[in-house]
Write a protein that binds this ligand. Structure first.
Ligand SMILES: Nc1ncnc2c1ncn2[C@@H]1O[C@H](COP(=O)(O)OP(=O)(O)O)[C@@H](O)[C@H]1O
Ligand SMILES: [Mg+2]
Length: 272
């Protein structure tokens, strides 16, 4: 196992937190949620944050999304300070949140409804082509004309992934997007994400999960956070994300050693 910085020298950092602390006001006074977090995710890499519930994982994503601002420290996306949400950063939540009165193709095209894909003006036909392309890439080409209630949970999740991808955001922020899926569907979504992000090559992903195996299967780097207030405890470079077959990876002894080491470490963070 190698421990290294998420951003080796020379590569542009697409996501960066510099000494970020965040506290929220409560009736009992300010409550510290994040304590001096510094992390970097290089362009094109996938990083996962794991940590006990309430440790501030969602707060980290919300800061990068620009939904909330740090109390102290700096958050940068593509080298620029984050002050508000923007189309350069796409967000995927645990629920697919598809609009029930639109078809799957219309749902996927929804981020482009103002005639733009990312920053560029596009015709209706070009947007429809893009929607078809991403539906194809998530294996939903047959479901274009169906409505969300006609899809299984896993298919809805695929549609939400296609809708995330169509907006052409260079940064993808994913907050436990597969947590509600059954084990089989979850596995196929993990493989899909790996494949799509790899083929695409232009996305930087910051992913939150409770699941150590998921973190090791989809990411280049894993950040382990302490219990609240969240601090960065450990940063692991994951050697398994190459183009190897999924089954081969989970059979490797190094994979299982690292997985159990991280699970043990996580368990020790949660009070019995
Ligand atoms: N808007 C908010 N107001 C007050 N407290 C908040 C707010 N958002 C998050 N928190 C607190 O910050 C801590 C971290 O929350 P969160 O980032 O959601 O944790 P996680 O995603 O790791 O479970 C928790 O104690 C939570 O109650
Ligand atoms: Mg959360």
């Amino acid at each position: 196992m190698t421990e290294a910085l998420a951003n080796p020298a020379g590569q542009p950092a697409r996501i960066e937190l510099r000494s970020v602390s965040k506290s929220f006001p409560t009736r009992a006074g300010d409550r510290l949620a994040l304590d001096d977090i510094s992390l970097r995710v290089a362009a094109g890499e996938t990083a996962t944050v794991i940590g006990p519930t309430g440790c501030g994982k969602t707060t980290v994503l919300n800061l990068v999304a620009g939904f909330t601002l740090p109390t102290t420290g700096e958050v940068l996306a593509a080298g620029l300070p984050v002050s508000a949400p923007g189309p350069d950063r796409g967000f995927m939540f645990q629920r697919p949140n598809l609009l029930p009165w639109l078809t799957i193709a219309e749902n996927v095209a929804f981020p482009c409804r103002h005639g733009r894909i990312g920053g560029a003006t596009r015709s209706r036909a070009e947007i429809a082509d893009a929607a078809a392309h991403y539906l194809e890439s998530v294996g939903l080409h047959d479901a274009q004309k169906l409505f969300p209630h006609q899809l299984s949970g896993g298919m809805q999740s695929r549609a939400a992934l296609a809708r995330l991808l169509i907006a052409d955001s260079s940064i993808l922020l994913m907050d436990e997007p597969f947590a509600a899926l059954d084990a089989q569907t979850r596995l196929s979504m993990q493989q899909l994400l790996r494949r799509v992000v790899k083929t695409d090559g232009t996305r930087t992903v910051l992913f939150i999960t409770h699941d150590v195996e998921e973190a090791l299967l989809i990411s280049d780097h894993v950040f382990l956070m302490s219990a609240a207030p969240g601090r960065l405890l450990r940063q692991v470079s994951v050697p398994f994300r190459g183009d190897e077959n999924y089954r081969d990876i989970v059979m490797r002894p190094e994979f299982n050693d690292l997985k159990h080491e991280l699970i043990d470490q996580l368990e020790r963070l949660v009070p019995a």
